[in-house]
Design a protein around this ligand. Structure first.
Ligand code: BGC
Length: 794
């Protein structure tokens, strides 16, 4: 691929080294260089999603995709995201995230495919291939060792060279081999150098050794010295406009601080990528085909860890009454709570809706949340106060006024079904903010339980909430506009109780006065009078009288965030209490866990079945119902280890030392490698998971450098087997894998070619291949003795 059509002047070349705007590069049309647009990822096309109306497709989280162990499926998911990018006019997506689940506390662990570098790299490469088949570019991130969030802007990861290359850079190396268009340099330091200024990583390894000819951009606002960054090999400062690179580098070059050749090289890389990602595009995916892929992927990532007495699959016809219990049944966590959050389409079904659709005709279904599903800011489930002809039947009617006190006729009106309204001035509705002085939100709330209802309101300006015309609560507007997103995540709000009677309908009105700021926010909600004791008691009653219980527990959508790691791996105490209480009255309890990382599963033995759903994206409801009913396999196998207890994890605490360093003391013994080396068997090892079908392996042998085995589906249903190949010395490591789908009674020959990158070691003098007889294992998990074989390598 060529670069610019003519030689660029120094000014032009330097202008290309910084973005034009938040999500766009600089273009120089008369040199044939287009500006390209970017969007955040990786669970879909996320940028510009400033509120619940900006909808895009939401895929399963990468950990769920990691659990699929299925390259072809992950490639299809990448294609779906690429197609969505095409539909939105986005040229490049900031994904995949190729960092590793080093500790289960990592705030963004749900964005990582696995703790295993090879699995993460293979699936990352598959996602990149799928995405790029649509003409969209992938920007793999965050290079490198951005495996946790605590002090992510300053932490200095100390990692030895062999571990850096064999473990943390390996997924990026595989991404490069998949022709990934760009990399994004992480915020942190590695061995004393900012990632955006690490010549060792960016230039020596990635560009010179690997021969990467794409571009390396900074993470958003992640540059320090422009001169040091360009000299180290960073090509593009993001976002734009320039702060430290761009035009400033022309001056630096004039003073000899930057070599002109390096500037021209960076500009050529930007131009080359622009040309590639603004070229021909595939047609956007057909929406129903895309939805089918997302549902298939959600089911393919669900891992069945326990299935006592074969309680699953549950035949709907065999049940009289099914109790669905748990907060996540109605308030699921489809995704993580980072800035790359996707607005899902209204009407996306929740798990209870999916289960009702699949089981509801055959048996009675009762639902009880058991604990408060919205421990922070609750929803505002109202009907619009007015029909404004937009077809919306849920949400508040929002009127915008020129006056400061909602007097006069509204300038404009809309219906919004959300409990948080955020307006970014200049991004959204600029015209409205030029004129509007106040806002009124009105809706009708139907009271289903008598008692004290708690109404909440919070805002960046003065706001008040009234019920049937009587003021109930005021927010003073003391929130700093810059902290709106943080405040919303915490759910900070004023509240007051209003006693209401079941069967009545009340009008809820919230008024808000704008104050000059770049971001305005108004949020509200109502909590029904249920007490924790009453909710738990109803759940126990429902469980006791049912033939079986599907207990859906897990996190809220704001549990996993950027810039913050978790304090522990436990579910909320109220949920643990719910699990104990429900399993005590109904042994036929199937627990479904809706989390994005390894969690404390000590309670798992209380349940007849344990199914990990991760964050499954928009296909959650129907995927779960079909897996429970047995229409689909729970196709997943663990992509991360769940240790017996927190102290067993080879890396756990993520707090940097007083000098800012975070030492990767476990070296290459990340995850299962360390657990096995330390003699601490996992509760649920990497690779484990049951599925419904059963398989036999035969005729395992080594032929040349590949390993062959015949896999036969010995059960009476179709299903998937994940064949894994490990070496055991000098530490256990995954060398290859294959996922095979076989019909009942069907057999197939599986061939795994161990990846040579896992059969080499980094020595001070360079890469050294492992030679001689190498003991390997075909296995169903990292801890399965499996079938031992010997690879001969000369
Ligand atoms: C995150 C990236 C993200 C970027 C743009 C950064 O804070 O670390 O993952 O792509 O913001 O939103």
């Amino acid at each position: 691929m060529s670069g610019p059509v003519r030689k660029l002047s120094l000014d032009e070349a330097s202008s290309l080294t910084a973005g034009a705007a938040m999500w766009a590069s600089v273009g120089i049309p008369d040199a044939g260089i287009a500006s390209f647009t970017m969007a955040d990822g990786p669970m879909g096309v996320a940028s510009g999603n400033v509120d619940e109306r900006d909808i895009s497709l939401l895929t399963p989280c990468p950990t769920a995709l990691g659990a699929s162990w299925d390259r072809e499926l992950v490639r299809k998911v990448g294609r779906v995201v690429g197609g969505d990018a095409v539909a939105r006019g986005v040229d490049a997506v900031l994904g995949p995230n190729l960092n590793l689940a080093r500790s289960p506390l990592a705030g963004r662990a749900f964005e990582y495919f696995s703790e295993d570098p090879f699995l993460a790299g293979c699936l990352g490469a598959a996602w990149i291939t799928g995405l790029q088949e649509t003409g969209t570019g992938a920007v793999a991130k965050h290079m490198v060792c951005n495996d946790s969030e605590t002090a992510r802007d300053s932490v200095d990861v100390q990692v030895d060279e062999a571990t850096l290359r064999e473990v943390y850079l390996l997924p990026f190396e595989l991404a490069h081999e998949a022709d990934c268009r760009a990399f994004l340099a992480a915020y942190n330091k590695v061995n004393g150098a900012w990632c955006s200024e690490s010549a060792r990583v960016l230039s020596d390894i990635v560009k010179d050794e690997w021969g990467f000819d794409g571009l390396i951009m900074s993470d958003w606002f992640g540059t320090h010295s422009g001169v040091d960054a360009i000299n180290a090999g960073l090509d593009l400062e993001m976002p734009g406009p320039a702060r430290v690179m761009g035009q400033k580098l022309a001056d630096a070059a004039a003073h000899g601080a930057v070599a002109e050749g390096r500037l021209q090289d960076a500009a050529e890389r930007v131009a080359r990528v622009a040309q590639r990602v603004t070229g021909p595009k595939a047609a956007p995916a057909d929406p129903s085909a895309a939805e089918a892929v997302l549902e298939e992927a959600a089911a393919a990532g669900m891992v069945l860890l326990r299935n006592e007495g074969g309680i699953l699959p549950l035949s709907p016809a065999s049940l009289t009454k099914l109790a669905v219990i748990g907060p996540n049944a109605a308030a699921p966590c489809y995704q993580g709570g980072t800035f790359a959050k996707i607005a899902v389409a209204p009407g996306t079904p929740s798990p209870i809706e999916g289960i009702r659709a699949r089981f509801g005709e055959a048996c009675e279904i009762v639902f009880e949340p058991g604990v408060d599903p919205q421990p922070r800011l609750p929803a505002m489930p109202v009907r619009p106060a007015r029909d404004i002809g937009d077809g919306c039947t849920t949400g508040m009617t929002i009127d915008y006024f020129a006056s400061e006190d909602c007097s006069g006729a509204p300038l404009t009106s809309e219906t919004r079904d959300t409990n948080s309204l955020v307006w970014f001035v200049g991004v959204h509705d600029q015209a409205r903010f030029d004129r509007a002085g106040s806002v009124r939100a009105t809706g009708r709330f139907s009271v289903t339980q008598s008692g004290a209802h708690r109404f909440y309101v919070g805002s960046t300006g003065a706001a008040r909430l009234s019920v049937n015309g009587a003021e109930a609560v005021r927010a003073g507007g003391t929130v700093d506009a810059r902290d709106v997103m943080g405040v919303l995540k915490r759910g900070d709000a004023e509240f007051a109780d209003v006693v209401l009677e079941a069967g009545t309908q009340v009008e809820v009105e919230v008024t808000f006065r704008f104050v000059g700021a770049r971001v305005h926010g108004l949020w509200f909600g109502v909590r029904s009078p249920d007490s924790a004791e009453a909710m738990l008691a109803r759940a126990i009653d429902a469980a006791r009288s049912a033939d079986a219980v599907v207990l859906i527990v897990g996190e809220t959508s704001d549990s996993s965030v950027e810039s913050k790691d978790r304090a522990d791996t436990k579910l909320a105490e109220a949920q643990l209490e719910l699990i104990r209480a429900v399993t005590a009255v109904n042994p036929r309890t199937i627990a479904v866990v809706n989390v994005g990382h390894a969690f404390d599963a000590e309670w798992g033995d209380l349940c007849a079945a344990l199914l990990v759903a991760w964050y499954p994206g928009q296909g959650f409801a129907h995927a779960l119902a079909s897996v429970l009913a047995g229409d689909r396999e729970p196709g997943g196998r663990m992509p991360v280890s769940i240790a017996q207890c927190e102290s067993d994890y080879p890396a756990f605490d993520l707090t940097p030392a007083a000098d800012g360093s975070l030492v990767y003391a476990e070296g290459s013994r990340i995850g299962y490698r360390g657990l096995i080396a330390d003699g601490r068997p996992a509760r649920h090892p990497v690779g484990s998971g049951e599925g419904y079908a059963r398989f036999a392996w035969s005729a395992a042998r080594v032929e040349g450098e590949s390993v062959h085995v015949t896999v036969t589906n010995t059960s009476d249903r179709a299903g998937a087997e994940v064949v894994q190949l490990y070496r055991d010395a000098p530490e256990c490591a995954l060398l290859g894998f294959a996922k095979v789908w076989l019909g009942a009674g069907e057999a197939a020959q599986v061939v795994i070619q161990p990846d040579p990158r896992l059969l080499r070691h980094w020595q001070p003098q360079g890469w050294q291949a492992m030679r001689g007889p190498i003991a390997v294992r075909l296995a169903r998990s990292a801890e399965d003795g499996g079938i031992p074989l010997v690879l001969m390598r000369s």
